[in-house]
Ligand binder design. Sequence first.
Ligand SMILES: *Cc1c(COP(=O)(O)O)cnc(C)c1O
Length: 480
Amino acid sequence: MQLKPNAKLELTKDEMRTYGYSVVDAIVEHFDTQDQKLPIAQASRAEMDHLFLEEAPEMPSDPQGVLHFVLKNVMAQSQIVSHPKSFSFVPGPSNYISAMADTLATGFNIFSGGWAASPAAAELEIVTVGWLLKIFGFPKKKGGGIFTSGGSMANLTAVATARRIKCGEDFSKAVIYLSDQAHSSNIKAIRVLGFKKEQIRIIPTDGEFKFAINKLKNAIAKDQLEGLQPFCLIATAGTTNTGTVDPLTELSKICKEENIWFHIDGAYGGAAILAKNGKDLLKGISKADSLTVDPHKWFFQPYEMGCLLVRNHKWLKSTFTEKPEYLRDIEGNESEINFYDHGIQLTRRFRALKFYMSIKTFGLKAFRKAITYNCELAEKTEKILRKSKQWEVVSPATLAIINFRYNPIGIQPSEKAIDALNQYISEKVVNSRKALLVTTVLNKQVVLRMCLINPRTTLEDVKETLALCEHFAEEKLAVL
Ligand SMILES: *Cc1c(COP(=O)(O)O)cnc(C)c1O
């Protein structure tokens, strides 16, 4: 079928239906078969150019033809971040309800900026942010928050708010503190906001990758002596490297004493609050002035969805409200929030819908169980590694992340040789496309890192992957 020249960009009802069913069929097929596929896609720029590079076509094409081309060449050439053997970075184990909710939000093209345009969308954002405030022990009435595209934008929103509230207009003397394990998006946010290098203090971590309190105290004191203004501290609840949680309670005390804004980046680890012992794991998280969480990570939402929570919703409003004349007719009453006044974006997609529908459908209990399962799976993996003569645990299972390396007893190779061996293992595993397992560097050692936040990953998946690693390691050692 060929579309007719079509200046309204329309399809007939039957064409839309046929097309839509094809899309749903493809998504369902993907959900049903993704676990059996290979998680890794590898292609060079030249190969991709060969497939896709063309001038924008003037003439129409058959819709099903375009769709099939895309399914075959685009969807099949992307990493499957929801694959049970996708262990690296932070996997994205999405869920079908949320995928469909996103489809609905896009299908109806709901403008989620202001109350007047879509009261129900604003209400659902208020309600679901309220759920998160309660989950994290933030003040329910006074607290507030906003959904963002991801953790990076949530951190940017946080630092902008912190600066506005603590420094007002003049931030020339402001200093911000974060640890060497803080996520790179924080430094990006600080740079975007126009801080100079001299205004950033990167504090080393201790042997367990936690914020070194003594060094932090020294830095703050020295800055005060210099007449500078310590205004914000960024702690991490679940570092991306090791899942480590900074000493949040201690840090919150320091911030309180020194009148410093306490931001916690919980983009990776925040969701662990729903695990069986989550409240202990994340002790002190409720003390933050602002908290980043990232529903498109461990709350199992599809991209893009991040969230910033704040203790006082007025902070967001006083940071981000601008009143251009063309928006003057749509000021509602105070309780009817215009989210464009609480963050950076004016036009916003309806992110709350997927969070709302997936939690309504599965129940929070399912999320609690999934997250608890993930933490326990990492602990079981640690036990297996500890009992093996080949493996050494470098950073123990923490919030479903574990770091380890191949270092067989009895051989005693040099540090450099162990690094090379583990790098080799990772490369071979990735090239096999059977599992996504890459390295990171901890204490100058090259280590393998598993992030086990997929509730469909089994202990068998982990064992198979370790066996694959051992196979490649033995192969390498045999030729040495
Ligand atoms: C992933 C991550 C971020 C960035 O979040 P995006 O959603 O990728 O923008 C920030 N902080 C931490 C700790 C993270 O793990």
